[in-house]
Write a protein that binds this ligand. Structure first.
Ligand code: BGP
Length: 461
């Protein structure tokens, strides 16, 4: 074996409630923005497939947890759906949801799989969106109440908590680039959403600490390190700015308790500073996380802005740099994302050297592929050697980072079983386990799932 990992390393996968539970409006759950958006614009979703079924984990979690065992999991992350637990956003708790999540956590624990629980995975309850979503202070309070409810209901079973998954994605997708509902394109409103999300996060961490829950709390960030086209001052300045917007905007406040000062300078200069209420900066300062989840898929490459924006165009970060496509880059054609394995090591070194060597784990990394059924072998399972290679090549760099002192505690693949991926629906498959939509969501372990079991058993490869 060439790559042995530290003892008690976390091997497992990540998923989310909205992408796997199905049972959309069953047992008291109410709409999230996804259910609502699908009801008004189904054409925005690949093959018109919406969030109503999504793999049916709600009914099949026992079978699924057995498959997690068979694929070597010692840990598994999913998320609680706010719209299931507290269907009206605030107020009454849905007892059927409590029973469901308790059964899931108990079943995981009974199978020696540690549950990691995330509280928010892009899934704003529709009733909360109607009162302003993350632009509203009321929604911050409602979220903190929801988080508190989760800690007190499940804190006896769950020891690893995460406030948000990729909180920058709703900012980008719903407030800057017109990808997701409510499709607003307004930087200042996006900045408000980002700030309010960080306040909500910090208040949830504060509540967790006050409650003295026996466990750790953190956040999951998608880090997309930025590389300049060249070492020229213009290109490196462009990369620095992009890094401020897309990585350090969230990473710095949740770990160091403050926003990068040069990011604030840019917002002031562009006249897009969000409203900051009394006490916000203090709550951010006083509540650093215990643990960080790092989702890594792709780097970001930029170059100096070539043609300046027209005077008066509403501000966007891309006014300060241009995207750069590196010649000869390796790409996953199904998703359009660059594959660059060593970037995962650069993230680890950055966390080691600039973020106090904070404990972290790779909380998502994976490869979405369309049309996987063509790789089915005679025995009936999918031979996804490309996925095994993808994971191995990333793990080599993770191993090197650990050897050089980075504080990495585990590796979670995205994802356990093929699932519904937002507007891409079931287009690209990421699972260790196939979900056959034509055969009642039948589950079959792929070659990568079998390989992952050996990886976890041997604690290396
Ligand atoms: C991450 C999200 C996941 C998952 C994954 C794959 O950004 O946390 O929810 O969807 O990306 O991306 P996609 O589904 O867009 O292919």
């Amino acid at each position: 074996m060439n790559f042995r990992f530290p003892e008690n390393f976390w091997w497992g996968s990540a998923a989310s409630g909205p992408q796997t539970e199905g049972a959309a409006l069953i047992d008291g759950r109410k709409q999230s923005i996804w259910d609502f958006w699908y009801s008004i614009e189904p054409e925005c979703f690949h093959h018109l497939v919406g969030p109503e079924h999504t793999s049916d984990f709600y009914h099949r979690f026992k079978e699924d947890i057995q498959l997690m065992k068979e694929t070597g999991h010692n840990t598994f992350r999913t998320s609680i759906q706010w719209s299931r637990l507290i269907p009206d956003g605030t107020g009454e708790v849905n007892e059927k949801a409590v029973a469901f999540y308790n059964q899931v956590f108990d079943e995981l624990l009974a199978n020696d799989i540690e549950p990691f629980v995330n509280l928010y995975h892009f899934d704003m309850p529709m009733c909360m969106q109607e009162i302003g979503g993350w632009e509203s202070r009321e929604v911050i309070d409602a979220y903190v109440n929801y988080a508190n409810t989760c800690f007190s209901l499940f804190g006896n079973r769950v020891k690893y908590w995460f406030t948000f998954n990729e909180p920058i994605v709703p900012v980008e997708a719903s407030y800057l680039y017109n990808w997701h509902y409510p499709k607003i394109t307004d930087f200042k409103r996006g900045a408000q959403v980002a700030h309010n999300t960080i306040v909500a996060h910090s208040k949830a961490v504060e509540a967790f600490k006050k409650m003295n829950v026996d466990g750790k709390i953190g956040i999951i960030l998608n880090l997309t390190p930025t590389y300049p086209r060249s070492e020229s001052p213009g290109d490196t300045a462009a990369a620095h700015i992009s890094d401020l917007f897309f990585n350090r905007s969230f990473l710095d406040p949740v770990t160091k308790g403050e926003y990068p000062s040069d990011l604030i300078d840019i917002l002031i200069e562009q006249d897009v500073v969000p409203t900051v209420m009394a006490g916000d900066l203090e709550v951010i300062r006083d509540n650093p996380i215990d643990i960080l989840g790092v989702n890594y898929y792709q780097p970001r490459r930029v170059k100096e802005k070539e043609v300046p924006e027209l005077e008066g165009t509403p501000f966007m970060p891309e006014h300060l740099f241009d995207p750069y496509i590196m010649p000869g880059r390796k790409i996953n054609p199904h998703r359009g994302w660059e594959i660059c394995e060593e970037v995962i090591y650069d993230i680890m070194v950055d966390l080691r050297d600039h973020y106090g060597n904070i404990p972290f784990f790779i909380s998502e990394n994976g490869m979405g592929v369309e049309g996987e059924e063509k790789f089915r072998n005679e025995e009936g399972f999918i031979e996804d050697d490309y996925r095994i290679e993808f994971v191995k090549e990333h793990l080599k760099w993770v191993h090197k980072g650990i050897e050089e002192g980075a504080n990495c505690l585990g590796y979670h693949i995205w994802t356990f079983m093929d699932n519904w991926s937002w507007t891409n629906a079931y287009k690209n498959r990421y699972g260790l386990v196939e979900v056959d939509l034509k055969n009642g969501f039948k589950r079959t372990i792929k070659k990568s799932g079998r390989w992952f079991q050996l990886l976890a058993e041997k604690n290396g490869f």
